[in-house]
Design a binder for this molecule. Structure first.
Ligand SMILES: Nc1ncnc2c1ncn2[C@@H]1O[C@H](COP(=O)(O)OP(=O)(O)O)[C@@H](O)[C@H]1O
Ligand SMILES: [Mg+2]
Length: 313
């Protein structure tokens, strides 16, 4: 399948200082390819360059160097904008409009006939979970979470092939985050490609197929999320968790097999270096009166991967 987004050597210098003598390199030679039909997570700490990248892709900022294509068309080709959606980081709108007025306005911009604008708007406002009693209230009375929902609804008005969401979970409480997560997962089901920036790692683990990690404007890692997290191969360690066994009694086995014993809230965890040692580990636990609770591969968490990639320099 042809990539849906292709980024090639993108760099951006911001000019700062009163006489614009200084420049800050916000993006430094970023190259990235995103294939269609997935939720792509664009990760990085504050100031990593996520918003800068998305603004360049949306044609709101000019890159200092490099180029990019969306749906096979250069980002300078504005006709492509009819087929994409964008929800900015802080969706501040014409705040004297109501949610419904804003939606019908955007529906009109995208050429949806007047007779269908209201239905399309209602459908989307319902989909993003904005209560019907709020549809005709002015946006200036909305909370951050409500504005975030309107922003999402707005970005979907033209049924885009690919939608760019800059920190879509920000300003949402846990219930709201769960609803927006389900909505984003639903977009993938309906065939929309999602490119989302975020620093909320639990949302990435729950949603994303592939990710890119940005560090100081450079690509630190990219690929399938599960491949990045698996330590992989035959050296995949496993943790056996058991209750009712004294950690001391496992030390001899641990030493001989290259395992580790650690205290856990519900018992002990015996980390064996690979699948080969699982049976022997279970045996020694049972022989010492332990009760088996679980056996699981030890994967690197996204948090660990993220910290490792962000701390390198
Ligand atoms: N308009 C601007 N002028 C000067 N520097 C900017 C501007 N916008 C962003 N930056 C700088 O560029 C870097 C990347 O910012 P940004 O793209 O907003 O990162 P992120 O969205 O990942 O938090 C940061 O160092 C930020 O301070
Ligand atoms: Mg940002």
């Amino acid at each position: 399948m042809d990539p849906i987004i292709e980024i090639e050597g993108l760099s951006k210098d911001y000019e700062t200082g009163f006489w614009k003598k200084k420049t800050v390199r916000a993006l430094d030679g970023l190259s990235l390819t995103v294939s269609p039909g997935q939720i792509f997570g664009f990760l990085g700490g504050n100031g990593a360059g996520k918003t800068t990248t998305i603004k360049i892709l949306m044609g709101l900022l000019f890159p200092t160097a490099g180029s990019a294509k969306i749906l096979g068309r250069d980002i300078s080709d504005v006709s492509m904008h009819r087929e994409i959606g964008y929800c900015p980081e802080n969706p501040y709108f014409y705040d004297y409009l109501s949610a419904m007025e804003l939606m019908t306005y955007f529906a009109g911009l995208f050429g949806i006939p007047a007779s269908e604008q209201k239905d399309r708007s209602s459908e989307l406002l319902r989909q993003v979970g904005l209560a019907e009693k709020d549809w005709n209230r002015q946006l200036r009375k909305f909370s951050k979470g409500m504005l975030q929902r309107v922003g999402l609804a707005q970005s979907l008005v033209n049924a885009p092939k690919v939608v760019f969401l800059d920190e879509p979970m920000s300003g949402l409480d846990p219930m709201g985050r769960r609803e927006i997560r389900e909505l984003i997962a639903g977009l993938r089901e309906s065939g929309t490609t999602v490119f989302m920036s975020t620093h909320i790692l639990s949302d990435v683990e729950a949603l994303c197929d592939e990710v890119a990690i940005l560090r100081s404007g450079r690509l630190a890692a990219t690929g399938n999320l599960h491949d990045l997290l698996a330590r992989g191969g035959e050296r995949q360690p496993f943790e056996i968790v058991a209750a009712g066994v004294d950690a001391e009694r496992l030390q001899e086995f641990a030493k001989a097999s290259g395992s580790f014993v650690r205290q856990k809230a519900n018992g002990i965890g015996l980390e064996v270096p690979s699948e080969v040692e699982i049976d022997a580990g279970i045996k020694v636990i049972r022989e010492n009166g332990g009760r088996l609770l679980s056996v699981q591969p030890v994967k690197q968490s996204l948090e660990e991967l993220f910290a490792a990639e962000v701390e390198k320099s």
